[in-house]
Design a binder for this molecule. Structure first.
Ligand SMILES: Cc1ncc(COP(=O)(O)O)c(C=O)c1O
Length: 492
């Protein structure tokens, strides 16, 4: 038994600040006995040997052993100190502590959280949100990554700046200004481990328990989960063909602290929020003292018409937290995303993440910065835009052929997924979840629009989501035909 290892395993420096060596040793040995690392019957080193091994005074060990004897954890015989049998221990709480059914479990607030839509096992045909991973330039990335590691300095092996590597923040700010009309500089960009962690951070940083957060209805379940986990009150706000449509009554009776929107390509319906509504939302949010969370997750891919700039840059100092991710434009396992905050919130957020976040993976961030700076990102986006547009065209044509009489197609002008909506909402009311489950059994992932509804069920958005980015063109018609068969059979 390596006692130095044992002691370091059970020491807790933050809890043991200011403790004497004897108290620390006693606490560590006691925990080691309780957790079974020093099992019943085991004989401890003599006080002289242990003191020598740990480089402490012999009396320190003697007193720690004596206390453990007094508490019933040890007994002594002619040859030294021995760990008591569990049944003999005087402190009955120990046996309680060691039982596996100790009643711990998920907190109530964690129980209502819905599964994320992007689980690793949901990668079959039409799984939304999955980019064309087979087309990612892996060998280029490896070269850039090797170069980063060759030139990295030791400072980058320590904890990174909590807001992210400055070179990456600058590259992202440049990209967003040029291609998304985002009004920002690098100081406003905070790197995170993905949009999911951006949402957690926004929910915890900018709202208190019980505050109201608006979510598009139907809306992104990942956002719903983050807000529920932060104990916010989630209010579903109706989405129509032009995106989120709050009524004046909503503004009066459900005053929000946060408003989550996906204006460039509403998730899941694909609606695009019109300019007049964007400006109105910003104006009303400012009046209500609310912050808009603009999730611009797949806006790099616009297939028809001119690019639509982000809401963030529409009005100077708009109350917008702009969220972006590299999960769609590059690959989800990278786990790098960002939040662009209004200038007046930089200091507050920097102070919060500085106190609460330990960031790392500097090499990944530096590699990504090179990928952006050296033009590879723009080139990759251009290639993916062409590819996704082709796949989108094939999908739309196949859907028209196989299901044109039953569905209308939505949200195909941008992004990586579209929505099909059943024309006959009465007949199909909530049938979409059944169809989605049947399709999944046959390896086709087409989440139901109804599964994204917040709160009360409504029939307005009854249909399916189809992601096309990762489906090779030649597979699309046969998958659509299979899906059409499932849909038609569900009607009989
Ligand atoms: C609306 C929306 N936002 C963001 C994301 C990406 O999240 P992350 O950056 O955590 O991978 C997704 C992924 O499916 C999404 O659908």
């Amino acid at each position: 038994m390596d006692y130095q290892l044992l002691i370091s395993r059970y020491s807790n420096p933050s809890e043991q600040v200011g403790w004497s060596a004897q108290r620390r040793l006693h606490a560590c040995l006691r925990k080691a006995i309780q957790h079974g690392s020093l099992p019943a019957g085991s004989r401890l080193l003599s006080s002289r040997v242990l003191a020598h091994e740990l480089g402490i005074a012999r009396n320190t060990v003697v007193y720690a052993y004596e206390q453990l004897v007094a508490e019933g954890f040890l007994h002594t015989d002619r040859r030294g100190s021995v760990v008591m049998k569990l049944a003999d221990m005087q402190n009955s709480f120990i046996s309680k502590e060691l039982r596996s059914d100790h009643g711990a479990g998920l907190a109530k607030r964690a129980l209502g959280i819905m599964p994320l839509p992007v689980a690793a096992d949901l990668c079959g045909g039409f799984a939304p949100g999955v980019p064309a991973l087979a087309h990612f330039p892996v060998s280029l990335w490896r070269r850039l990554s090797d170069r980063t590691w060759r030139s990295i300095d030791t400072a980058h092996l320590g904890y990174a700046n909590a807001a992210g590597e400055m070179v990456l923040r600058c590259a992202i700010a440049d990209h967003l200004r040029a291609s998304r009309g985002v009004d920002c500089d690098a100081s406003q960009v905070f790197i995170t481990d993905g949009t999911q962690s951006s949402l957690d951070l926004c929910a915890h940083a900018f709202a208190d328990v019980g505050d109201k957060v608006w979510l598009e209805n139907p809306g992104y379940v990942g956002a719903h989960s983050a807000f529920r986990a932060a104990q916010l009150k989630v209010i579903g706000i109706k989405v129509d063909d032009d995106g989120i449509a709050p009524t004046s009554r909503d503004w009066l009776t459900q005053v929000p602290k946060l408003i989550y929107v996906t204006p460039s390509h509403q998730y899941p319906t694909g609606s695009v929020l019109g300019l007049a509504r964007r400006i109105d939302l910003i104006k009303q949010a400012a009046l209500a003292g609310a912050l808009i969370i603009e999730d611009d997750y797949d806006s790099e891919f616009r297939h028809d018409g001119p690019p639509i700039a982000a809401m963030q840059g529409l009005v100077e100092n708009a109350p917008v937290l702009y969220l972006g991710t590299f999960s769609k434009s590059l690959f989800p396992a990278l786990r790098i995303a960002y939040i662009v905050v209004p200038k007046n919130l930089i200091a507050a957020l920097a102070s919060l993440v500085g106190k609460s976040t330990l960031r790392g993976r500097s090499a990944d961030q530096l590699t990504l910065a090179s990928f952006l700076r050296e033009g590879h990102f723009s080139l990759h986006l251009r290639r993916m835009r062409r590819l996704y547009q082709k796949r989108r065209d094939v999908l739309v044509a196949a859907l028209d052929d196989a299901l044109g009489d039953l569905v209308s197609i939505h949200g195909h002008s941008a992004g990586m997924h579209l929505a099909v909506r059943f024309r006959d909402t009465e007949t199909f009311a909530l049938l979409d979840e059944k169809i989605s489950a049947q399709a999944l059994e046959q390896g086709i992932v087409v989440p139901a629009l109804s599964a994204h509804l917040v709160g009360k069920r409504q029939h307005g958005w009854c249909g399916l989501m189809l992601g096309y980015a990762q489906v090779p063109e030649e597979q699309i018609p046969s998958l659509v035909n299979k899906l059409a068969k499932i849909i038609r059979e569900s009607l009989t």
